[in-house]
Write a protein that binds this ligand. Structure first.
Ligand code: MRU
Length: 351
């Protein structure tokens, strides 16, 4: 499974595994310009906070890949426009803005260089962001694996796995690392309505790796927890505010309340690129609202009577107080988060 990557750079194009088609079909989208990357992000062909950031970084590269050497002003106009379009593709995941900021800094540093050098530097930066994310996931895996007991079941939501990152995964990276240490870990994957990332993507990638996984409908979590079938809840994150409030896939908040009720540890696994220390609390996190049709239909089934309104927020915010720990590539942060997150800022780990 580690070979199945969400995005690969190949000869002036990117290949994106279309996650909307999983698990039925393995379709690679070959994309040659930034508009194609924006579309792939918006329609969730590539999704998951770190993977969105990586895709956006390559989108910046594609925007100027074939531009003429001579026209410097058109070059800068194009790349700046591309950054703005990519920024507007999805609002919640901090990693998107973080990656684009890194790309902008490289652009600024090379401003007076010949166009071909700037192009090379931007590609190098996108590749660095991708390789760095894989390393961060492996570190998260190492720290998180130590928290798991020798034989346990982990409940997760949505997909915070290899396909949501550069590889290995955050929440699922912990499961993978624990298994490689010889621990016996089983996973319960909440299906994650409306778009079923848990059932379609988490179950797919774990099953490919022969990691035991059982899918449950979102409304079965309380039952499963009440029967002591779950020892840990581990999820990923899209954006984490300074006080630990965390935006993740809609439904995460409910799972955190349940976990507290049943005294099950609730962990958030995320790289530091997901933390937004400019935000005081979760109320300041922009929450994406997606189209009605995602809720109205379940596959080919019309699930809601015509004329009845629906809601479709893609994320909710779990209060930091319900999160027992954050598992990051630099170690484990425990509450109170104002105190434990501040040193990260001082260490300048977040640009
Ligand atoms: O709408 P999605 O599928 O992009 O939502 C993804 C999630 O909520 C993930 O849990 C989060 O991005 C973390 S991925 C490591």
């Amino acid at each position: 499974m580690e070979e199945l990557q969400s995005i690969v750079w190949h000869n002036g194009r990117v290949r994106i595994l279309d996650q909307t088609r999983l698990p039925g079909e393995l379709v690679l989208l070959e994309i040659s310009d930034h508009h194609g990357v924006v579309k792939a992000i918006k329609q969730l062909s590539i999704r998951g906070a770190p993977a969105i950031g990586i895709a956006a970084a390559y989108g910046v590269v594609l925007s100027i890949w074939e531009m003429e050497e001579s026209d410097r002003s058109a070059f800068f106009e194009r790349v700046n426009q591309a950054i703005e379009l990519l920024r507007a593709s999805r609002p919640t995941a901090k990693n998107l803005f973080w990656a684009l900021e890194s790309m902008r800094q490289v652009l600024t540093r090379h401003l007076n260089r010949p166009v071909h050098e700037i192009r090379g530097a931007l590609l190098q930066e996108a590749q660095r962001i991708q390789a760095d994310d894989l390393e961060r996931c492996r570190q998260i895996g190492r720290y998180g694996a130590a928290l798991l007991t020798p034989s346990c079941a982990v409940l997760t939501h949505c997909n915070a796995g290899a396909l949501a990152t550069a590889g290995h995964g955050t929440a699922l990276g912990i499961v993978r690392s624990a298994i490689s240490l010889g621990k016996k870990v089983r996973v319960f994957a909440c299906e994650t309505r409306p778009l079923l990332q848990g059932a379609r993507i988490t179950a797919f990638e774990l099953h490919e790796d022969a990691i035991p996984v059982t899918v449950l409908c979102d409304n079965m979590a309380a039952h499963v927890m009440s029967r002591s079938m779950v020892q840990f809840v581990i999820v990923g994150a899209d954006r984490i505010a300074r006080n630990g409030d965390t935006a993740n896939k809609i439904g995460t908040f409910g799972l955190a309340i349940l976990a507290r009720h049943f005294r099950i540890p609730f962990y958030v696994a995320a790289p530091l690129s997901t933390f937004d220390l400019d935000l005081r609390n979760g109320e300041q996190i922009p929450i994406e609202n997606r189209g009605d049709e995602e809720v109205r239909c379940c596959g080919s089934l019309t699930a809601v009577p015509e004329g009845v309104p629906v809601l479709n927020p893609a994320f909710d915010v779990t209060p930091g107080a319900l999160i027992d720990a954050f598992i990051t590539e630099k170690g484990i942060l425990r509450s109170p988060y104002d105190a434990s997150l501040d040193p990260i800022k001082n260490l300048n780990l977040i640009p």
